[in-house]
Structures are given as C-alpha cells and as structure tokens.
Design a protein around this ligand. Sequence first.
Ligand code: FMN
Length: 187
Amino acid sequence: MREYNYDILKEIKDRWSPRAFSPEPVDQDDLMAILEAARYAPSCFNEQPWRFIIGQGESLQVMQSLLLEGNLKWAKNAPVLILICSKTTFDRNDKENKYHQFDAGTAWGFLSLEAISRGYYTHAMAGYRKKLARELLNIPEDIVPIAMVALGKPGDINALEDEIRQKEKPNTRKDLSDLIMEVRINE
Ligand SMILES: Cc1cc2nc3c(=O)[nH]c(=O)nc-3n(C[C@H](O)[C@H](O)[C@H](O)COP(=O)(O)O)c2cc1C
C-alpha cells in the first residue's frame, strides 16, 4: 500500500508502472499531448535534448524486437512503445551536455504524468538492446537511446504469467527521511 505524508498532485499518486496493457490503440491526439507535456520540461540552457522514436502500427514490431525477453513477455501487448533518446551535445556549441540524461528524465516524468491524467499508463524499461536500437533505427552518433516506454490503457491482469501477476500492484517508497541527506559541514 502506498502512503502519502503530504497531499500531492493526484497524477503523481495515480501513476505506477503496470505490466498488464490493453492492445487498444492510443488516441493520436492524446499521444501528441503526452509528448507535448514532455516538450515543456525544463532543461539545461533550454537545450531540450530529449528525442522520441515512436513505435506503433507497423513500426511497433521493430520496437518490440529490441526488448529483452523478460520485458517482451508483458510489453508485447502495449499499443505504443516510445524509445526516449537524448542528444549528448549542445546545439549552441557542439560541446558535451553533461545534463542531457537528467533533462531527458524530467521529460519522461512529465510525459508519464500527462499520460495518467488522460487515463494511460506508462512503464519505462532499461531492458532493451541499445546497440541493436542504434542499428535498426539509424540513431545518429550524438543521440543516445535512454529508455523504452510502454504506453497504453490498463489491460487484463489475468492474461499475465503467474509470477508477473503477483507483482502487479503499485509498490512502496523509501521514507522521506532516508532521502534527505543530513548536512555535515567541515569546520
Ligand atoms: C529508467 C528505468 C528503467 C526501468 N527498467 C525496467 C525494466 O527493464 N523492466 C521493468 O519491468 N521495469 C522497469 N522499470 C520500472 C521500475 O521498476 C519502476 O518504475 C519502479 O519499480 C517504481 O515503480 P512504479 O513506477 O510503479 O512507481 C524501469 C524504470 C525506469 C525509470
């Protein structure tokens, strides 16, 4: 059971990463609005390093072929798989952007919250073949694939394998007191 010490945004409370997805297609306006939310994430120098490769319809199969077996088992039902990528250099001067992953993560957070506000769930995955993604999707050198995200409406829990079904509920969090580090100032 999730517990909240403070009254936070409903979308944050409602969001979690299920594995039971319905194959029902995602409304295209909803999909664009979900990406629009990511578009408005803050970033270092307003670089907006995030890039999205959308797998749906015909391109869904290619995206599925990148998933590791453990993820494919359940993610095969998701109607949309988004590969979130990030540009490693600044447009302004071609220098390394050390914050690109931080910013792409913020964009993913915004995306997931807009999704839940529209009745869609998201589930991020690190378990996919990055090298193969680069090859199959022709990802340029200065762009790195970060995470695959399954997007869709909730599906039938009973269609999941037993072991996966048992985990199919929102998980808990560390205590806030474990996350706020004590400041120890050197004299
Ligand atoms: C970058 C990232 C990679 C993840 N990789 C996987 C994955 O490969 N397979 C999986 O089932 N879940 C994956 N997850 C989901 C996490 O396990 C999940 O977000 C975490 O347990 C918190 O649960 P919640 O999202 O339901 O709140 C990943 C999440 C993130 C943010």
